[in-house]
Design a protein around this ligand. Structure first.
Ligand SMILES: Cc1ncc(COP(=O)(O)O)c(C=O)c1O
Length: 391
């Protein structure tokens, strides 16, 4: 019913992903998609633009109800209205929550590998970042290393910044995995601030569960999400936090105010886009997820038989590729991408390690595949050939 095939020319329109990218190169780095947002959203924006008056706006009951109804539809969870905080987006809110919960000198845990801005968050304004490395399960895919996490909690960390579903691995954490973290958080009196920006894009068979929904976790969890990945409007910078603890909610609101954001008074067009998407985007989202699953399969299939290791993502439009066997360092991986005429994020973005050598995730790269099949297929074919030449 919806169009996920048209190739939009995003060049020359301020799209981050396309900045300085040659015409024949396919950007597969920054995590947005090349599809248009739902037509219902486009129409609502056009109508509002036509009105001509763009004065200050405020979210009303209908805007909050749209969030509540959408979350109920997508995740089967009832969020009381009084737990909601309207925010200017996910990173802003993760950082402000951390500032609200900690003082300079306090320790904050993040689990690696992780998307760079989120790693940076843990070390901001004098906080001491503690890195909890994930471990590999028996099948080689990632999971939490709870023993290592416990050591960090024993060392005095009072805040854990989580990413769920996980960027860059595409894992959707299971109930058991989340329960392991929840038990430790309760035992060591840790507050969890969780980035759930990819949650609406969980694939079939991998239902997303919020850690804040587990017994005993509501009052010690701040859940942060947005419609920006879901409906592909990252440029609108708008989002939501679920904060059941009233004290936390008031203090987080105050922190956001300190940086100049008045919760519930978002930019006009961001508010129109968010409310419309939440009210009318259901059918589009269902189709999008099917398209993303098909694209994930296409990527996996393209890399079959090569000396690289990939796991089918369980959510979103990101693919984490392990090239250890090829012994390609960051420079060699960049040269490979250059030859394949595409861009990808090199592995060291996900531990912020120094470039060089084969430590940490440097022998990995992350691709994004939220694009029409007619663009993705030839790009993956080029990548396949370039890897074959090095195998
Ligand atoms: C895990 C994660 N968190 C946050 C963001 C950015 O969210 P926002 O633009 O709402 O700050 C991204 C975007 O790539 C992301 O992947």
């Amino acid at each position: 019913m919806y169009d996920f095939d048209t190739v939009l020319n995003r060049r020359g329109r301020g799209a981050c992903k396309f900045l300085g990218i040659a015409d024949d190169v396919v950007p597969m780095s920054i995590a947005d998609m090349d599809f248009a947002s739902p037509p219902e959203v486009q129409e609502a924006l056009r109508q509002r633009a036509d009105f001509g008056n763009y004065g200050y706006t405020v979210m009303v009951d209908e805007d909050y109800q749209a969030i509540i109804d959408f979350v109920k539809w997508r995740h089967g969870v009832d969020i009381p209205r009084e737990h909601l905080l309207a925010t200017p987006g996910v990173l802003y809110t993760m950082r402000c929550a951390m500032y609200m919960l900690t003082q300079p000198g306090d320790k904050v845990v993040v689990s690696l590998p992780l998307h760079t801005p989120s790693i940076r968050t843990a070390g901001m304004q004098g906080r001491i970042p503690l890195h909890n490395w994930m471990k590999r399960r028996a099948d080689g895919n990632y999971t939490f290393d709870l023993e290592d996490l416990e050591r960090h909690f024993q060392a005095g960390a009072k805040v854990l910044l989580m990413c769920s579903p996980h960027n860059p691995t595409g894992r959707v954490w299971t109930r058991e995995e989340l329960e392991g973290i929840a038990q430790l958080a309760q035992a060591y009196d840790v507050t969890v601030v969780v980035d759930e920006v990819h949650r609406d894009l969980a694939y079939s068979g991998h239902p997303h569960l919020s850690i804040g929904e587990l017994p005993g976790m509501a009052e010690r969890t701040i859940t942060v999400f947005s419609a920006s990945k879901t409906f592909n409007f990252g440029g609108f910078h708008i989002g939501t936090a679920v904060v059941p603890c009233e004290d936390y909610k008031q203090r987080l609101r105050a922190k956001l105010y300190e940086i100049g954001h008045d919760c519930g008074r978002p930019p006009l067009f961001s508010m129109v886009a968010q409310t419309t998407a939440y009210q009318k985007g259901h059918a589009w989202l269902k189709e999008l997820i099917a398209v993303l699953e098909r694209n994930a399969d296409l990527c996996i299939h393209s890399l079959e038989g090569l000396p690289v290791k990939v796991f089918r993502p369980e959510a979103s439009f990101i693919l984490w590729v392990d090239c250890s066997e090829l012994k390609l360092d960051t420079a060699a991986l960049n040269a490979l991408m250059q030859e394949a005429r595409l861009t990808a994020d090199p592995g060291h973005y996900y531990d912020m390690g120094e470039i060089g050598g084969y430590t940490g995730p440097q022998h990995h790269f992350r691709l994004t595949f939220g694009m029409p099949q007619s663009v993705l297929e030839p790009a993956m074919e080029r990548l396949r050939k370039c890897i074959e030449r090095r195998a």
